[in-house]
Design a protein around this ligand. Sequence first.
Ligand code: ADP
Ligand code: MG
Length: 603
Amino acid sequence: MSKIKLLSSNLINQIAAGEVIERPFSVIKELVENSIDAESSQIDILIEDGGHKSIQVFDNGMGMSKEDLQLAFQRHATSKIATQNDLAQINTLGFRGEALPSIASVSQLSAKSITKDSDDGFELTIHGGEVKSFEPIAGLQGTQISVKNLFYNIPARRKFLKKPDTEQRKIVKLIRQLMLSNPQIGFSLSANNKEIYKVTQSNLENRIKDIFGKNFYNSILSTELNKTPYSISGFIGNLSTTKKRQGDQYLFLNGRFIKDRLLSSAVFSAYKSLISRGEFPFFVLFLKVPFGSVDINVHPAKLEVRFQNEWHIYHVIKTAVSNALEDILNVIPEYDPSLIYYNKPKEADIGSQLLFSNNPSNPLAQNIAPRKEGNAPSELQFEAIHSKGMTDDFLIDRANERIVESDESIIPEKLESEIIWQLHNKYLITEIKSGLVIIDQHVAHERVLYESARAAIDGNGMASQTVLFPQTLKLQPDEYSNLLNIIPYLEKIGFKLREFGETSIVIEGIPVDVNWGTEKEVISEILEKYIHNNELDASFIDYIAATFACKAAVKAGDPLNPEERKHLIDKLFATNHPYYCPHGRPIIINLSLDDLDKRFERH
Ligand code: ADP
Ligand code: MG
């Protein structure tokens, strides 16, 4: 008797499920993608216990006929590709025909479907791969899939599922990606009967606003570039949307969310001097490439892709984003590169061509390369890189090393003049080699205070000055208990607070160098934000620093003596980001001699 046996189709499906269906997240991905492929205009997703207990996906798409509904649960049954040719031009999200049979083999599944032009359809019930029933139903056009007790028949797998909370977070992220890539579809997501998202059919701009809220209304810039055969479109965030953590970077390749380190770095590098390493700009970008030039078949979960010519695409993305950022980049003074380099980079020195030019310790160094030509490698250089056979990772690492290496070769441009004028007690004006700069004194001081507050919170804290007349702040009991959580942070920026009675605190000290009577207001504002967010995350800490800075900074209208002006400018140029205030407003405007000459028609 032979030892080798053919596996039963159910066992094959269960094994395949191990690959495609790892967890509730993957079930939802497959089901929602099917609904998108079915041209639905509304998709509703309901989960219980992070999808462990139940997952339901309802759509109003094209539905399946009686025969198709049965076929859909056969392995490798798909309506999306038929020939090898089709494989080279996949424009649907699914194509393997594996998802439904795999899910049905490891859960208790029911699928109801009704096609257009008919009032009735069928419901198919399958438990652990075994058909339990197949019955006619009545209802509206569309498909409703319900998946209960995933892996109920494979205890070993069920045991290794992540906690429902963790799973739910991952699902929410996924739905956010799908909502962004399909603004023309209305979505809702609810978890344990609580609504998490509900968005109506829209366009991309409004979809972004619907998802990310009020802050994004005036903070996104449209981005568009066609460079046949590639095109890029979407939105990028201005500086008020950058975050200290990764997460809101969305890149879609031919409609599919992908993760690609090199292409993301193309976006980051376009922001160059505006952000530092460790900061992440917001973007939602759609990259379209010819079907033939990309292989999406490399990973069953289809997050990673393989490009034929990734460096060309890098260049297109970077150009598109740089163009969109042009207005923001334009207000940054251009420094004469000859002043900045001790040694000009040797020609064909690929590493320094790739400088991602972000050096937090040396703000003026952030403009090391002349911007007009851009400091991305030209297409020819890309070819050169490729013919040398270097890997992308190697190049990125090397570029990053150069950032560190290049530190010593950079000196900042000096102010040309010791004289700093103050205009209407509002703007400071002084000379630099290429012309003159105008500085907004309030936002400049805000930037300085913001960065010192950030550093103080992360480090040893700021000094405090005792006030002559301590003030009492009376709070509601719930506010009070919230305040206790954030007192350590307030103390870090220089407040001295003492508990007083049941629900009051006394403000005994305020940050030094600060002379203002709005301390109660600052504390209340920070407290409100905390109650609203209820999280002590990086963005909250930014908020503390920014609120403090905004309230404590000199105002427009405050006269400054010459020492104070000079001190402020020196301090400003010692910050990481002298060009933008924490809210994204420009601090410095550059007026070049060229501009002046043009205006006076002096050619
Ligand atoms: P794939 O999506 O790779 O084709 P699936 O196993 O996910 O494979 O689905 C099998 C087939 O079932 C699909 O090709 C499609 O024809 C049909 N189908 C699945 N879900 C839906 C849906 N929500 N609406 C209409 N048809 C669907
Ligand atoms: Mg599918």
